[in-house]
Design a protein around this ligand. Structure first.
Ligand code: 13P
Ligand code: SF4
Length: 319
């Protein structure tokens, strides 16, 4: 719309004058994803966002996503200003894993290596030996398992179970889940597959085990997008936030993408597979943080340094 175009022009100018770059996740509003690409920023999965922010020479990072992504960016670039369109964008995995309780869980099993998902607070990361994202979790746990280490995993129980099933690692699982992915239903997905026998099924591993079991490809948002491009199929059923379909559609024009069924909704439901916190990111918020410096991520320095260690370990492993 005209209003949008106006915002976009203003934001582009503000970004230049503030030496800022936009780092966005695949689940945010397509308008923001496009803006990030047009301004030589990044749209990516959690790992790519972290790397891009760390390596970019801009003095300000605008992170369009949820808070853990902004915090991760700040930990990796303490000298940069990290702004978010809103600081209210939480994540149910982070919310479901209070640091004091998680720390007590770890204390009760001191012989175990603590591996946490990036979708956590700085405090939880600071308690961990390793941070992982969905794109590297399997490789890192495989490595630890082969070294004979026993693991505490948190917070997502579905991703934890998926990794356990695929590695045979000894893992104690924190019982968290994502409010979006936890809603995908295996039985309904199985009937949808019958309706579309040639469709390939793409699943984010935060989905329940029964859903992951029906997948042709399981992985991070970037991996699922790559699969949509690479697999020689015409139709795809997608079990993750529907925001991802913007990039799938762009990279694989002509292919058809259908949302996997969630509880009580038909396969064509357009609003069931959206993360409410990702949806809080908008042009108005970006403009506001650029003009007023609102939405700044600040972290206690000692905490940030401790939390950075397991993050750096992951990034070094991923290089
Ligand atoms: P990715 O790292 O796969 O992009 O996942 C982040 C996330 O929050 C999924 O819900
Ligand atoms: Fe967190 Fe789920 Fe939203 Fe991803 S989709 S940010 S895991 S609540």
């Amino acid at each position: 719309s005209e209003q949008e175009q106006l915002y976009i022009q203003e934001i582009k100018q503000l970004m230049q004058s503030r030496n800022a770059v936009l780092v966005a996740h695949y689940y945010v509003d397509p308008v923001l994803q496009d803006l990030a690409l047009e301004t030589n920023g990044c749209v990516g999965d959690s790992l790519e966002m972290a790397r891009f922010g760390r390596d970019h020479e801009a003095s300000t990072l605008i992170v369009a996503g949820v808070r853990f992504m902004g915090e991760t960016a700040k930990m990796l670039s303490p000298e940069k200003t990290v702004l978010m369109p809103t600081l209210e964008a939480e994540c149910s995995l982070d919310l479901g894993c209070p640091a004091d309780q998680f720390s007590a869980f770890c204390d009760a099993h001191p012989d175990r290596t603590v591996v946490v998902y990036a979708n956590t607070s700085a405090e939880v990361k600071a308690r961990a030996d390793w941070v992982v994202t969905s794109s590297i979790a399997l490789e890192i746990v495989t490595y630890l398992h082969e070294k004979g280490e026993k693991i505490i995993w948190g917070p997502d129980r579905h991703l934890g179970q998926y990794i356990q099933n695929n590695t045979g690692a000894d893992m104690l699982l924190w019982q968290g889940s994502c409010l979006v992915h936890n809603e995908f239903k295996a039985a309904e997905l199985a009937s949808l597959k019958k309706q579309y026998p040639d469709a390939k099924v793409l699943v984010h591993p935060e989905s329940p085990a029964g859903v992951a079991a029906l997948a042709d490809v399981t992985g991070s948002t970037s991996k699922l997008i790559q699969a949509a491009v690479d697999l020689p199929a015409q139709t795809f059923i997608v079990a993750t936030d529907a925001g991802i379909m913007h990039e799938m559609q762009k990279r694989a024009p002509g292919k058809i993408f259908i949302s996997a069924p969630t509880s009580g909704n038909s396969a064509t439901c357009k609003s069931c597979a959206f993360c409410p916190w990702m949806a809080m990111n908008g042009l108005a918020g970006i403009k506001q943080c650029l003009t007023s410096g609102s939405g700044e991520i600040t972290l206690d320095e000692t905490l940030a340094k401790r939390a950075r260690q397991p993050l750096d370990r992951m990034l070094a492993f991923a290089e």
